[in-house]
Design a protein around this ligand. Sequence first.
Ligand SMILES: CC(C)(COP(=O)(O)OP(=O)(O)OC[C@H]1O[C@@H](n2cnc3c(N)ncnc32)[C@H](O)[C@@H]1OP(=O)(O)O)[C@@H](O)C(=O)NCCC(=O)NCCS
Length: 169
Amino acid sequence: MSHDSVSPMSLRVSPTAPVPQSASVTIMTEHVLPPHANAFGNVFGGQIMAWVDICAAICAGRHTRLPCVTAFVDDLHFVAPVKVGEIVALEARVTATFRTSIEIAVTVTGENPVAGRRWSCTSAVLTFVAVDGHGKPLPVPPLLLDTPALQASQKAGEARREHRKASGK
Ligand SMILES: CC(C)(COP(=O)(O)OP(=O)(O)OC[C@H]1O[C@@H](n2cnc3c(N)ncnc32)[C@H](O)[C@@H]1OP(=O)(O)O)[C@@H](O)C(=O)NCCC(=O)NCCS
């Protein structure tokens, strides 16, 4: 068995060629167990937030192939609960890239395994920053904007970033 060990000294410091969105799409599926639930038998919000952060962090790492830290999470609205015994499905996609930061959207879907019914639980948009071993930001590879939908996604990400900056966050 071989192991890849990556020293902070060997991290890439210049951006690579554009990376397709498909290279980093991350899917996570969780079975809701009693330790995940609140007193009402629903998954508690903090658990969903942790899964959202992990799913997005894996996606950021797959796109950048660099260590990434969470810099910002937009508003989270919990639309509908998921109960013990049901399933939480998360999907993370890169929606825009900037110089050293990367925007990732995560959708969270509830699923009842017996009825087969699925529903939207929540969604979030997160910003990660690639960093070296000292926490210094590093350039990220751009997202390959090879479709009109991805070009629109990048523009929407730029607008969200300007709005965030204008509101001092
Ligand atoms: C995120 C962090 C690395 C930014 O470092 P910094 O010295 O402020 O870096 P800069 O001001 O040069 O900004 C670097 C990038 O971060 C982005 N950034 C900084 N603060 C941000 C925020 N609140 N929201 C979104 N992006 C942010 C900048 O826009 C910039 O992106 P760009 O290069 O694509 O334009 C630093 O604030 C940090 O380490 N925060 C703690 C992260 C953490 O502990 N997360 C939880 C555990 S993973």
